[in-house]
Design a protein around this ligand. Structure first.
Ligand SMILES: NC(=O)c1ccc[n+]([C@@H]2O[C@H](COP(=O)([O-])OP(=O)(O)OC[C@H]3O[C@@H](n4cnc5c(N)ncnc54)[C@H](OP(=O)(O)O)[C@@H]3O)[C@@H](O)[C@H]2O)c1
Length: 435
């Protein structure tokens, strides 16, 4: 058997210890599949004394991750520390400049610095791999980069954040409001103490930017992702969606828009209504799913655990097997110098049905004001539902579903209503995903 592939692992938290457990438990099988043993040489984290529930005694401990990456007896540096900048980025730059292969689960770093790192890796002849950075254990990076490589892909979308999905599907099952459900998710360990990245869509946006680049061969552009989270979704919206035949999901989507005759890239993360018959409607709890539409393959669906020590370790070690086999390839689907620079598409071009929910003061004339704004913006209404009645001019909710039409018209209607003293809060606008 060939010489071992020698690994240095930085970060021994959830994912790092999962990787060590997987390498220890499946070692013999991995060596068969990779054609050579995968051998951990050195590890690093902050606190050497911490009991991590795995046997670290066979490995050298390094206090300094960057020094570890420079060791002559290391072929691959595995970064499982996290953070878009700081020590993880320093490690990545140094390891790649030193000619080491580099594997990471760090979506924030790849979303912000993936192009720079890919260019550096191509220059130094290193592999840069990040399967675990998108949708945890689901092999979607490989699925799009390799399995679907024969297709032109015009749209890729999915449920990419397990915490947000857990909250929405729990609200759906229990009828509880957002704040109560978030608190419960934090108590159960499904949401962080600071949940901002998950509930405001930023984590999903990191993953989407990476996916879009791989799917379309476009330059990764995280700053172009329009991002809206789930904190304004109320229990009443979920009930109303249910009555209309939908569920609410935080959908991350990227598509090529040709309405100006030239390709432009639309990347969005926002809560959407999903028909109950659509595959994404069945994605509940902390599960993730990705749908890609290939021009020859048709609709492809990838689904599985988006996080957790085992699934994420599975994705990290899959990258290591590729490197051991000498199968690295370009980090994104084509060499970074060949990635196409696409302008940002105008979201207003997007057409479809829309759900709008207005929180209004219960008094005569309010519905007429809303419908007049719709008429003036050329938005055609399919249904309008007032949810209950309040006494003494209190707040009531009015839900509306539009017919197919451009998002720009809906945005114009919302603009016309801005500042109206009939509205007690800005309207919640959710696009309806086609079946
Ligand atoms: N958890 C998941 O399910 C999951 C899924 C997909 C992707 N990821 C990504 O995987 C990466 C790791 O996530 P995780 O959940 O395993 O994180 P974690 O449990 O917080 O572990 C982070 C590890 O990094 C070490 N570390 C942090 N700052 C350091 C520093 N300045 N110098 C040296 N070591 C440092 C910590 O050391 P100490 O233990 O000594 O404090 C810890 O061992 C992140 O990029 C994350 O986004 C995670």
């Amino acid at each position: 058997m060939a010489d071992p592939l020698r690994l240095a692992i930085a970060g021994l938290g959830t994912v790092g210890t999962g990787v060590i457990r997987l390498l220890q438990e499946n070692g013999a099988m991995l060596a068969e599949r990779a054609g050579r043993p995968l051998e951990v040489v050195a590890v690093s984290a902050r606190d050497r004394a911490r009991d991590r529930g795995v046997d670290l005694s066979p490995f050298d401990w390094e206090d300094d991750m960057t020094a570890m990456a420079a060791r002559a007896d290391v072929d691959v540096v595995v970064e499982l520390v996290g953070g878009s900048d700081g020590p993880a980025l320093t490690l990545a730059r140094n390891a790649i400049a030193g000619g080491k292969h580099f594997v990471t689960a760090n979506k924030a770093m790849i979303a912000h610095h993936g192009l720079e790192l890919a260019g550096a890796a191509e220059g130094s002849g290193s592999a840069l791999k990040f399967e675990a950075a998108v949708a945890g254990g689901i092999p979607v990076v490989k699925g799009l980069r390799e399995g679907a490589a024969a297709n032109r892909i015009d749209t890729v979308y999915g449920v990419l954040n397990g915490t947000a999905n857990y909250i929405l599907s729990t609200m759906e099952a229990t009828g509880a409001d957002f704040t109560t459900t978030l608190g419960e998710a934090q108590r159960l360990g499904y949401a962080e103490a600071d949940p901002t990245f998950d509930i405001e869509g930023i984590d999903a946006a990191h993953k989407l930017a990476i996916l879009a680049s791989i799917a379309f061969g476009s330059r990764l552009d995280f700053d172009a992702v329009a991002c809206e989270g789930i904190s304004r979704v109320r229990a009443a919206d979920i009930r109303q969606a249910d009555t209309l035949g939908y569920v609410v999901r935080l959908v991350a989507s990227a598509e090529i828009d040709m309405s100006d005759g030239q390709p432009a890239l639309l990347q969005q993360v926002r809560p959407c209504l999903v028909p109950k018959s659509h595959p994404l409607a069945h994605v509940t709890g902390a599960t993730n799913a990705v749908v890609a539409q290939g021009n020859f393959s048709g609709r492809l669906l990838f689904q599985g655990a988006g996080a957790g020590d085992g699934p994420t370790a599975s994705a990290v070690v899959a990258d290591l097997i590729d490197i051991a086999r000498g199968d690295a390839g370009a980090p994104f689907s084509v060499p970074s110098s060949g990635l196409e620079e696409l302008p940002i598409a105008d979201a207003g071009h997007h057409t479809g049905q829309t759900y709008l929910r207005f929180s209004v003061t219960d008094r005569p004339g309010v519905l007429a004001e809303i419908t007049a704004a719709m008429r003036d913006a050329d938005v055609s209404i399919e249904s309008l539902i007032q949810q209950g009645r309040a006494n003494n001019g209190g707040e009531v909710l009015v839900a509306m579903v539009t017919h197919d039409g451009p998002q720009s018209n809906v945005a114009q209607a919302v603009e016309l209503l801005a500042g109206s003293d009939s509205l007690t809060a800005p309207p919640l606008v959710m696009q309806i995903i086609e079946d």
